[in-house]
Every structure is written in structure tokens, then in C-alpha cells.
Design a protein around this ligand. Structure first.
Ligand SMILES: [Zn+2]
Length: 67
């Protein structure tokens, strides 16, 4: 049974990254390059009714989900 929520979910994912770290003279690190070694979706939970895995997410590799 679905509550109708289509836009807000808690997503648990396993991500493994390799970062190219560049330290400036002051010792402040900057990540210049990020390589995704593993990006695995573990669980999607509805924030409204707590239903787990009742939702299918369509992967959009070029979508910016930082917001
Ligand atoms: Zn729901």
C-alpha cells in the first residue's frame, strides 16, 4: 500500500570513493578528483509512511542530487 509520496525518501546507499587530494602550502586539502569505485543502493524508505522498498528509483547518472 502506498501513501502517494513520490518525491521524498530516505535513501541508504553504500558508496566507495577514491579522492585525489591536493594540499596547498597552508596544508588545506582540496579534492581535485573523485572516482566512484562503488555506488550501491541498499534501501529506499518512504518518509511519510515508513514503507521500505516499495519504491523504485530510476537511476539518473547525470542528475545532480546535491540538493
Ligand atoms: Zn509512503
Amino acid at each position: 500500500m502506498r501513501c502517494g509520496n513520490l518525491t521524498r525518501f530516505d535513501v541508504t546507499r553504500r558508496t566507495r570513493l577514491r579522492e585525489f587530494l591536493h594540499l596547498d602550502l597552508g596544508g588545506h586539502p582540496t579534492v581535485e578528483e573523485t572516482e566512484v569505485l562503488l555506488d550501491e543502493l541498499e534501501q529506499v524508505r518512504c518518509r511519510w509512511c515508513d514503507a521500505v522498498d516499495s519504491v523504485e528509483l530510476v537511476p539518473r547518472p547525470d542528475a545532480d542530487d546535491a540538493g
